[in-house]
Design a protein around this ligand. Structure first.
Ligand code: GDP
Ligand code: MG
Length: 168
């Protein structure tokens, strides 16, 4: 049996919850002050889809997103992508277009999904539901509303990506 492995990159501004999302999905944990594990490029998660074993390799950035210095090695060979922003951070929402372009410059068009995180902080939101839906429409992307803290919709994001990848 040849196992299917998919390299997934998770991009977006700093502090939107990318590392937390990877930790939550792969290890089932959430901490308020997650410390970056230096030297670890990705975490893995095995899932079964339509009777197939799929290994997702979720690549984390080392927190260098604000310096615009994510290395090519990070993107190299990526087969699927999560574009993440936080509803409590307007700038992270506005940066989505530029993140999408960065990925496409490096690896071309790959399955992508839009994630609006920190839904548990809806009272502090500075991005409206309408804004999010218009962006998803414009980019022709599926939109997932998540809370890593409450473990809301995290599994769905990665299942959707794996399904989209397999059906291509
Ligand atoms: P990254 O820079 O995108 O990797 O973001 P981190 O994963 O380091 O998360 C930044 C901060 O946001 C941390 O304090 C997390 O605990 C917090 N965080 C991440 N996701 C959520 C969420 O869904 N809800 C809340 N309330 N906090 C979150
Ligand atoms: Mg991080």
């Amino acid at each position: 049996d040849l196992e299917i492995a998919i390299k997934v990159v998770i991009v977006g501004n700093g502090a939107v919850g990318k590392s937390s999302m990877i930790q939550r999905y792969c290890k089932g944990i959430f901490t308020k002050d997650y410390k970056k594990t230096i030297g670890v490029d990705f975490l893995e998660k095995e899932i079964e889809l339509d009777g197939e074993e799929i290994r997702l390799m979720l690549w984390d950035t080392a927190g260098q997103e604000e310096f615009d210095s994510i290395t090519r090695a990070y993107y190299r060979g990526a087969q699927a992508c999560v574009l993440a922003f936080s509803i409590t951070d307007r700038a992270s929402f506005e940066a989505i277009d530029s993140w999408k372009k960065k990925v496409e410059v490096e690896v071309g068009e790959i399955p992508m999904v839009l994630v609006q995180n920190k839904l548990d902080l809806i009272d502090e939101a500075c991005v409206s539901e309408e804004d999010c839906e218009l962006l998803a429409q414009r980019l022709k992307m599926e939109l997932f509303k998540t809370s890593v803290k409450d473990n809301l919709n995290i599994d769905s994001v990665f299942e959707y990506l794996a399904e989209t990848y397999l059906s291509h």
